[in-house]
Structure formats: C-alpha cells, structure tokens
Design a binder for this molecule. Sequence first.
Ligand code: GLU
Length: 306
Amino acid sequence: MSAPVVGRFAPSPTGPLHFGSLIAAVGSYCLARKHKGLWLLRMEDLDTPRVVPGAADDILRTLDAFGLHWDGEIVWQSQRIDAYQSALEKLQEGGRLFACGCSRKEVIASAPHPGEEGPVYAGTCRRGLRPGRKPRSLRLHVPEERICFTDGVYGAVQQVLSRSVGDFVLRRADGLFAYQLAVVVDDSASGVTQVVRGADLLSSTPRQIYLHACLGTASPTYYHLPLAVDSQGEKISKRHGPISVGHESLDCGLLQEVLRFLGQSVPKELALAPAREVLRWAECCFDQQRIPANLDGLYVKVEKFV
Ligand code: GLU
C-alpha cells in the first residue's frame, strides 16, 4: 500500500485571498482529497514586515466559507523560529554555510549574468569576508550539479543552481530566516508528501530539493499550477480583486471559474449549486491530467527536458 498523501496550502498573510491564491488553495485541496489524503494549512507569517494585521483571519474565514476545511492544527511560521535555527546549525556544522558581507547593490554589481529571480550571486564571500567587512547574511554553498525533478504538471524540469541563482541566502541581512529554508523545514516536519502551488515557485523548487538533500529529509512531489494571467500577461487576480467573506465574489461561480481555469469540466447540473456542493464534486472528480501547463504565462524560466 502506498503512503498516504499529505498536501498543504501555505498562504502568506499579506492580504486577503485573491484569484491566484484561491487556485493554489483549491488545487492543493482537490489533489489531496482526491487521494483520500490530508490537507494541512500553514500560515507563512515569517516575513513580519510584509504581514498585514487581520489578513490571516480573513484568509481562514474565506477558506472556511468555501468549505475548504483543513486537517489538524494550523502551523504558524512565526512560532517555528527554533526549528529554523536548528536546521541552520545543522547546515553550519556540515560546513555548508558562509557569512556574506555584500549589500544588495554589491550583489547586483558583481553578478556574472542576470538570474531567474534577480542577480546570480558571484561567490564574492565564499572564501571568507573581505577585510573590514561585517557579516550580513548567511548563504548556502551550491554545487555545479544539475537538479532534476518531474513536476506533476510541467513534466521534467532541470536547473543548475550555480548558474541560475548561485549560493543563496538562508538567513537574511535583517535577521529573518529565508522562505526557502522555512518551507523545507516545515514541509518535512509536517510530513508533507505533495506540494501543489503556483508556477511562480517552479524555479524555487530546485533550491528546495537541494536543501532537503542537505538536511537529509525527503523531498515531496510537486505540482505547479498555471499562473492566472491573461493573454496580455495581466494578472487575472486584478480582475477579481480581494476575495473575502461578505464580498460579492464569494459565490459558487468563482469556484467554478477556478476549476475551469485548472482544466476541469464541472457538470452543467452544478451550474447554480452552492460552492460546497461543487467542491464535493471536485473532491472525487478532479483530474490532474487536465491541468494545463501554461508556459506562456510563466514569467520565470526553468529548462524543460526535450
Ligand atoms: N507562501 C507562499 C505564497 O503565498 C507559498 C509558499 C509555498 O507554497 O511553498 O506564495
């Protein structure tokens, strides 16, 4: 018997849900429930300067109103600092980290070429800080090797970390733990086996797979959902605006639109059905093969095997 699926949704409470985050919520929910798996919820409230008061509650109420009910306790990243610290220490003991004294400006100026999400780190402090420089961030050494994985939607994907991002930051200059570290530590601690999220994170995945390997934890499987952009490249979320309880957008039509966006054909008989009924249909009938891999809407580039 194969291991039970453990999926999750991990919103950042920087505002209410929007069409894009609802896609990730519905997609991750359906792909977990379809396999009779668990669906966990994690509030990514680690980047405190970006957290908006009240946004987490708003997101929880909205998920509940759609019938997107999660299993177990909510994990709050702001309460997991010790876990991130001990992962960092483990990496440090393994000689995988180094202190970097470069400012953002210096990283940009010294980048050998533009990367996928900003400048590629040139390796300036890899062999020690230059005289008179203070440590600012902690970075992870990355190897020359190619990281390959098979995405459930986009297929075979590969990235050479040293060429695409360079040694990346795990503890930021402002003292906060980086998203890349937190997500890997948390997914592993919660026993997550299946990550379903927006394709804007496709290019973060090789970093996360590499971090799992460094920490000796198992990587989950990945499904990256197409981004909600129209043919002009404009974010569809802008059309809908924020999605909250009490807002007129919270209706079954919206859920159907999300499911259609994910390539699903909701039966006509459910056209006027309440959201929960539509969701019940999706829990058993959601078909992952139908999710379109919309590479045009993908503004981050990873190489696909040909
Ligand atoms: N918190 C991230 C976001 O809201 C998602 C992280 C993830 O799913 O790994 O975009």
